[in-house]
Design a protein around this ligand. Structure first.
Ligand SMILES: [Zn+2]
Length: 397
């Protein structure tokens, strides 16, 4: 279900295609984050217009609210939110570790109280698979423990070993859920157009997750053990958890050589535009990140030369679009000066317009990366973009 189309000679960048029940994803791919079953402030129709091919749903948030039974009642997450493209869901583990209170990790799973009303709950690898089967996600993630940064070698080693045991249990449980998946109605997909009969991918794809914190030996071991179990794709987890960028790149470099070439690789929770290009150059195919939607809400727009904070006075009389040649609705129809006014006046339209622009920017960046990989010019493109890109720390706050 993953087809590697081109690899770059000058870097490890790859151009591929991943087929899922609800459609095909061109890689490298950016996955807009729809935490609560909604990409914040954007409708599924707009996501289709932006040509997003896949979105992410957060299992933990949907499990806490509205609850899985409600989503089941509506026939799964696709129907509940009216998005007919591919959906990737995480296992819920990351949010249990970062948001929930009073969590207690045992070999069996994680006990916690949810952050909304404190109701006690429990997630195990098996339950994480059942929840994601009920959501009807196209790509599901195993339950893992994301070790914090910084953490001791001994803790990271024990944690990565448990993640391996949880990965095995997740795989077994997902296979059990597959009967349920096979009963899902056949959806019209474009799969046959690229040579896949629509019936070929009726099951959920299951991705394993490599852990090991910032330790090269643990990353290698974890990658080898997770690959041995065998998954449809491999994620590198425990990155972008507050570590310096060098450590983040190091974690990917230490894991990637042990991942099979013919399966997609996914860096979870990343990143800024330069970070994504650096990761692509290190052989990563998929990214999800809240930055384009989160930063839009404080007036920050992404451009090919860096971030702009549209609240700044310098944009008050600016008649240009956020970015020249951007095809998004904000740039086609509105000036920087008007959008600045909306943000200053706390009008909802302002954050919506910047969100649309930022998503378009991230999706276009991946589209261009794919074209550059195909043309054999990705390395040049990456270096140029990064040398012209100014990150203004204040915009990222
Ligand atoms: Zn735009």
């Amino acid at each position: 279900m993953f087809e590697l189309i081109t690899s770059n000679l000058s870097s490890r960048a790859r151009r591929g295609r991943l087929a899922t029940t609800h459609g095909v994803i061109d890689t490298p791919a950016f996955i807009p984050v729809g935490t609560q079953g909604s990409v914040k402030a954007v409708s599924p129709r707009e996501l289709r217009e932006l040509k997003a091919q896949i979105i992410l749903g957060n299992t933990y948030h949907l499990f806490v609210r509205p609850g899985i039974n409600v989503i089941k009642h509506f026939g799964g997450l696709h129907r509940f939110m009216n998005w007919d493209g591919p959906i990737l869901t995480d296992s819920g583990g990351y949010q249990v570790f970062s948001l929930a209170k009073l969590r207690r990790i045992t070999e069996e799973g994680v006990h916690f109280q949810n952050h909304v009303d404190g109701t006690p709950a429990f997630i195990s690898p098996e339950i994480a698979m059942e929840i994601q089967a009920a959501l009807g996600s196209d790509i599901v993630m195993v339950l893992d423990e994301c070790a914090p940064y910084p953490c001791e070698h001994e803790y990271a080693a024990r944690s990565a070993e448990m993640t391996t045991r949880w990965a095995k249990r997740s795989k077994a449980a997902n296979a059990q859920c597959s009967t349920l998946n096979a009963q899902r109605s056949t959806e019209k997909t474009e799969l046959s157009a690229i040579g896949y009969p629509p019936s070929a991918i009726k099951r959920q794809l299951l991705f394993g997750i490599v852990q090991g914190a910032t330790f090269d030996d643990l990353r290698k071991q974890s990658a080898q053990k997770i690959v041995e179990i065998g998954f449809d794709g491999y994620a590198i987890g425990g990155v972008s958890v507050g570590e310096p960028e060098e450590e983040m790149m190091g974690a990917v470099e230490a894991s990637e050589p042990f991942l099979p070439n013919d399966k997609p690789r996914y860096a979870m929770g990343l990143g800024t535009p330069p970070q994504m290009l650096e990761m692509i150059a290190r052989g990563i195919d998929m990214f999800d990140c809240v930055l384009p939607t989160r930063l839009a809400r404080n007036g920050t727009a992404f451009t090919s030369t860096g971030t702009l904070n549209l609240k700044n006075a310098q944009f008050a009389l600016d008649k240009g679009p956020i970015e020249q040649d951007c095809a998004c609705p904000a740039c086609r129809e509105f000036t920087r000066g008007y959008i600045r006014h909306l943000i200053k006046a706390e009008e909802i339209l302002g954050l919506r317009l910047i969100t649309l622009h930022n998503l378009q920017f991230y999706l276009d960046l991946m589209k261009q990366a794919r074209a550059e990989i195909e043309a054999g010019t990705f390395d040049e493109f990456r270096k140029n973009l990064i040398s012209n890109y100014k990150t203004r720390e204040v915009d990222l706050a």
